[in-house]
Design a protein around this ligand. Structure first.
Ligand SMILES: NC(=O)c1ccc[n+]([C@@H]2O[C@H](COP(=O)([O-])OP(=O)(O)OC[C@H]3O[C@@H](n4cnc5c(N)ncnc54)[C@H](OP(=O)(O)O)[C@@H]3O)[C@@H](O)[C@H]2O)c1
Length: 284
């Protein structure tokens, strides 16, 4: 069984540094994938209301032979344009969305709840964050955070609330390493969580520089990339529906990348995102 280290969030809550993501896993397949992940040793699961697989994910959580307190479950508020999140009704809409997610997951509490996208073109989400403050105060969630936020949106939160997000989940992998944002997070006590940590299994995993490093350690490129995340102090949540890959991605604690190889991986940055730019991207 792998021994994934925990990181301590800014409110003292511990989060496993490697978790299991389920974006694009259909609800009907989520139960098997999450069950395989938990059996392999993952204790942190990352879903979202918009993934439409909270029910299937929840089914695996009910079946798991692991105590609830050993699991770390994250889901995200889908703050799309279909509801008025920022207006006066925003707070109640958030609380309703939280209840819906919790019911689908079949849980009494969440470990982490995130605002999924900033949508800065729609102005403030002060009411959303107020609802998050309430959920935290009521003990319905252990930690709250954001996703896809930039320094501008984080500064805005700092101006309106003393509750600093526990983490910011953003696109991050060796081709898009987010150095500046990570430095900003470190300055403010916000943990960095990487989405698409394997570059969505595309060009990153055949990058010749990374293939060379992987060969040196007798590991796969995916394992070397996940090891780079861990040694960079980043939380990673790789997704796979393939049982052998689910296990492979967790088997990353038995080796250490040396400084030269970390530098090679850092040097692979292209600055090209795979996902949309959260500063300009809107969902409807
Ligand atoms: N907050 C956000 O806005 C946001 C956005 C995107 C993602 N996320 C979260 O981050 C999680 C991970 O990101 P992601 O799903 O975009 O991408 P990812 O984890 O970087 O890559 C997943 C892809 O890589 C393949 N793969 C996994 N392990 C592999 C291995 N060892 N060797 C070769 N290929 C491998 C998978 O294929 P198979 O499944 O076929 O094995 C899948 O196609 C998501 O599931 C979600 O929880 C959040």
């Amino acid at each position: 069984m792998s021994t994934i280290p925990n990181l301590t969030l800014n409110n003292g809550v511990q989060i496993p540094q490697l978790g299991f993501g389920v974006w694009q896993v259909p609800d009907a397949e989520a139960t098997a994938a999450v069950r395989t992940a938990i059996e392999a040793g993952y204790r942190s699961i990352d879903t979202a209301a918009i993934y439409e697989n909270e029910t299937g994910t929840g089914r695996a959580l009910q079946q798991a032979e692991v105590a609830r307190e050993e699991l770390f479950i994250t889901t995200k508020l889908w703050n799309s344009g279909t509801r008025d999140w920022s207006g006066p009704a925003g707070r109640d809409a958030v609380l309703r969305a939280f209840d819906e997610s919790l019911a689908k997951l079949g849980l009494e509490y969440l470990d982490l709840y995130l605002i999924h996208w900033p949508r800065p073109m729609h102005g403030s989400y002060d009411n959303v964050w107020k609802a998050f403050e309430q959920l935290l105060a009521d003990g319905r969630v252990k930690a709250v955070g954001v996703s896809n936020f930039g320094p501008e949106q984080l500064n805005r939160l700092f101006e309106t609330s003393s509750l600093v997000p526990a983490l910011n989940q953003v696109e991050l992998h060796p081709h898009f390493p987010q150095h500046e944002l990570r430095a900003f997070h470190a300055e403010h006590g916000i943990a960095t969580e990487a989405w698409s940590p394997l570059g969505q299994g595309r060009d990153l995993l055949t990058d010749p520089a990374l293939v060379k490093v992987a060969e040196k350690y007798g590991r796969t490129v995916a394992q070397v990339v996940l090891r780079w995340h861990l040694q960079s102090g980043v939380i990673a949540i790789p997704k796979s529906v393939t049982p052998s890959r689910i296990r492979e991605n967790l088997d990353v604690t038995g080796f250490e990348l040396d400084a030269d190889d970390l530098a090679v991986i850092d040097g692979a940055a292209t600055g090209v995102r795979l996902g949309p730019d959260p500063q300009t991207f809107d969902w409807n």
